[in-house]
Design a protein around this ligand. Structure first.
Ligand SMILES: Cc1ncc(COP(=O)(O)O)c(C=O)c1O
Length: 373
């Protein structure tokens, strides 16, 4: 059997990782400014993370959600404390799309409404509800076409107010920082107004913090820069530092109903061990503060580079837009300078490194980056 060829691949076989570095099968070392697409939060093969998972695997890796799992309570307890939502409830699933799918459904179960307001250039996943809320026609199969999904211009509060005034919308879903769109930050004032109008119209506010959350922005959640609270928050990527898992954080006003939501794998023992290890490391090593400090340093230095048209970002979620396509520069950076970066569209580099990136490693990146410009 061959692999279904849906991913354009770099001709590289990564076989090891340590901290902010990864290694190929030929022993080459690469500085990882991509974090495997914002997934590696506490660093590759962190010893505490490896020990916690190994220890758990030697006890039990999985049992079903039909029995008590104390590890799930520990995740909820620690996450609630660390993220600033201690009174919310936690529902764990497996991928970002699945978390958003459940959030959209939960909102609709709650208020009985059908419509969803999303934003232009949004990316929320590839399952049926989430791909309908994703502003990319290429990802939509005919079976996903759904007139209940409407896209608002980003940061346009007047458009949002007019739509929500109809009382037809179940939820608004918005990324803490738009990632796939090229690192676009919602204005703090816009988010404040959005919060207000959602409350006034009985519309559920869903914050997709899958890419921007878990400390990446320099706060636990990017929407916390605006000082607002969301009704539902979705997390994935960094939550397990590579172990596939995700979750929905749920305001206490939602009623839990047996059978409405479910999952076989979500919140399993091994996933919880990964999530606990990540939260412990983030706290013990002050990784959120580190993301803020190193991110500020990087953005300040990048803004001095004349070839870059614009630098956008918060913490260690940074976009660098060029006037011309970046494909060649990115490829040189990878194969000649041995640095992994992300990209979005044709003109924007995306930096999503592990949150433990040091100032020294950021300096190494800047030095190598300048060489390919
Ligand atoms: C903001 C956002 N939402 C949802 C998703 C979907 O997550 P997953 O690929 O784990 O389903 C992603 C993935 O890139 C994302 O960046």
């Amino acid at each position: 059997m061959k692999l279904f060829d849906v991913f354009p691949l770099f001709d590289l076989n990564i076989v090891e990782g340590k901290g902010c570095y990864v290694y190929d099968d030929k022993g080459n070392e690469y500085l990882d400014l991509y974090g495997g697409h914002a997934v590696i939060s506490v660093g590759h093969t962190h010893p505490y993370y490896v020990a916690k998972l190994t220890e758990q695997l030697n006890k039990i890796g999985f049992y079903s959600n039909s029995v008590i799992n104390e590890l799930q309570k520990e995740v909820a307890q620690k996450l609630g404390e660390q993220c600033g939502y201690p009174d919310y409830f936690l529902f764990m699933v497996n991928s970002g799309a699945e978390a958003n799918e459940n959030a959209i459904k939960l909102a609709s179960f709650h208020n009985g409404r059908k419509k969803v307001l999303a934003f232009r250039k949004a990316f929320h996943g590839r399952t049926s509800a989430t791909v309908a809320a994703t502003d990319s026609p290429a990802y939509l199969a005919p079976v996903n076409l759904n007139a209940n999904y409407v896209f608002a211009p980003f940061n346009d509060i007047d458009f949002v107010k007019k739509e929500l005034a109809t009382g037809e919308y179940s939820s608004v879903i918005i990324e803490g920082i738009q990632g796939v769109a090229g690192i676009q930050i919602p204005h703090d004032d816009f988010l404040k107004e959005l919060r207000k109008v959602c409350t006034e119209t009985g519309t559920i506010l869903i914050l997709d913090e899958i890419q921007s959350g878990y400390g990446r922005s320099g706060k636990f959640f990017a929407h916390q820069y605006a000082g607002i609270e969301a009704d539902l928050i979705t997390v994935a990527k960094g939550i397990g530092n590579g172990f596939p898992m995700s979750a929905v954080l749920i305001n206490p006003m939602f009623k839990a109903v047996y059978g409405q939501l479910g999952t076989t794998f979500g919140g399993n023992h091994l996933a919880c061990a990964a999530a606990i290890a990540v939260l412990d490391i983030m706290k013990n090593e002050n990784l959120i503060e580190n993301a803020y400090t190193v991110g500020e340093f990087l953005m300040q230095e990048l803004r001095k580079i004349p070839q870059i048209k614009e630098v956008r970002g918060r913490g260690l979620m940074i976009g660098m837009e060029f006037d011309e396509p970046i494909k060649e520069k990115r490829s040189k950076l990878l194969f000649e300078e041995k640095v992994f970066t992300g990209a979005t569209g044709t003109h924007v580099f995306r930096l999503l490194p592990p949150l433990c990136l040091t100032i020294e490693q950021a300096e190494v990146f800047l030095e190598r980056f300048k060489k390919v410009l």
